[in-house]
Design a protein around this ligand. Structure first.
Ligand SMILES: Cc1ncc(COP(=O)(O)O)c(C=O)c1O
Length: 408
């Protein structure tokens, strides 16, 4: 079984204290903490390799190698070719760049399907194409358990659909969607599929080939690395589509999608973050990809035990409203991210009370705006999100439950 205590020692930030007791980092869905190896890789790049690309000297060559290594690392994490990975400042910026490129060929009569469960970064870039006359269809959620209404999705995909944009997992309530089914529905009508894996990435293995999606995006700062976004695109699409770019920049491979100078120190951190995850793979034979699959599978199993403890405990707290999947037998369809409200306390007030007691948790809508509106909590300040990662422990969950019990 996965041992969180062994990994915690690798994360300097986790040693912080609030009011004399260890801080509890339940803010992971907004960005996780990073292991020392990632911090050292970033600092190491700046100390030894800092330069721009494609120069005829040592530091520039090392920079080219740093970038190539990051492409290979992300290819191993996602199960694709290095040329199919694109880097950028964050997922939102990459998705806007992609939607503009795809939108060049779209107009009135074309439709894009988005969902009410998604973070707005997988909605607004597609909605931006409304100015070209593109129709946007929004798939509903079942408010009882915050799952995507798959029948509604199937009904909204038709011969006019050009792209289906779906989340792999909800950053608000933790629901894991049947993304493979969404991809299949898109393919059935000849539409593209775009999967937002930002929230899912730290919680389980990803295999873009098995998923069959055309595009998938994630953010490295959500899986123990620096603030960098990554876009996977099938090679044929990255070659065919026309990104907005400057003329002197390379028109080959993923470079044509990577506008301007990249965050090279961050890319050194990307490789280190992927290597950190691979190191949890228990020395699986078959190289880094196999180690990553083993590691993410072990993380998923461990986090499921935390979810069971957390959710069964939350459901016993008086005055607490819980949003999302709550039955342990369905936990394969959720991450250890939950949203809740406590009677008599506005979400910000509750988050402040938790923060004073050393529990770091987000409040509001966390940019999953349509869901917050659909649940009717947007005018009420949204919800409070408890987001666990593999470095969290059963003791921390017990502490949260004790604190919430005292506040309720
Ligand atoms: C599910 C999901 N999608 C997209 C994003 C946006 O990612 P980025 O901050 O890299 O633009 C986030 C960030 O919270 C997210 O949780």
């Amino acid at each position: 079984m996965f041992d969180p205590h062994a990994v915690r020692a690798l994360f300097p930030a986790l040693a912080q204290e609030v009011a004399g007791r260890p801080a509890v980092f339940f803010d992971g869905p907004g960005g996780t903490q990073v292991p020392r190896s990632v911090i050292e890789a970033i600092a190491g790049y700046l100390a030894h390799s800092n330069a721009n690309t494609h120069g005829a000297f040592a530091t520039s060559r090392r920079t080219d190698e740093t970038i190539a290594a990051a492409h290979q690392a992300m290819a191993d994490l996602l199960g694709c070719a290095p040329e199919e990975t694109v880097f950028g400042p964050n997922m939102t910026t990459l998705t806007f760049a992609l939607s503009r490129a795809i939108g060049r060929d779209l107009g009135p009569g074309d439709e894009i399907v988005v969902t009410r469960l998604d973070h707005d970064a997988n909605v607004a870039p597609w909605r931006a194409l409304e100015e070209r006359g593109v129709g946007i269809r929004e798939v509903d959620v079942d408010v009882e358990d915050c799952t995507l209404d798959m029948a509604d999705l199937a009904a909204k995909v038709n011969e006019r659909t050009r792209l289906v944009a779906v989340g792999y997992a909800s950053n608000s309530v933790g629901t894991i969607n049947d993304a493979a089914r969404a991809v299949e529905l898109a393919r059935g009508v000849g539409a593209l599929s775009f999967v937002d894996a930002v929230h899912y990435a730290p919680h389980g293995p990803i295999d873009v080939r098995a998923l069959g999606c055309d595009f998938l995006a994630c953010s490295v700062y959500k899986f123990f690395g620096p603030h960098i976004g990554v876009l996977y695109g099938k090679a044929e699409h990255l070659e065919r589509l026309r990104p907005y770019k400057v003329r002197p920049a390379s028109d080959a491979g993923p470079d044509r999608w990577m506008t301007g100078t990249q965050n090279h120190e961050g890319l050194a951190g990307v490789t280190a973050a992927v290597d950190y995850l691979a190191s949890l793979g228990g020395g699986a034979a078959g190289g880094r990809r196999a180690a990553l699959v083993a590691a993410m599978t072990a993380i998923k199993a461990y986090e499921r035990t935390l979810s069971e403890q957390l959710i069964s405990g939350l459901l016993r707290v008086p005055g607490l409203t819980f949003y999302g999947i709550r039955e342990p037998e369905r936990f394969a369809w959720r991450t250890p991210t939950v949203s809740l409200r406590l009677e008599g306390r506005a979400p910000r007030e509750l988050a402040e009370a938790l923060g004073e007691r050393g529990v770091f948790a987000w409040d509001g809508n966390y940019y999953a705006l349509s869901l917050s509106e659909r649940l009717g909590v947007e005018p009420l300040g949204g919800m409070v999100r408890i987001g666990l990662a593999h470095y969290n422990t059963a003791e921390e969950v017990d502490y949260l439950l004790e604190v919430l019990g005292g506040l309720g």
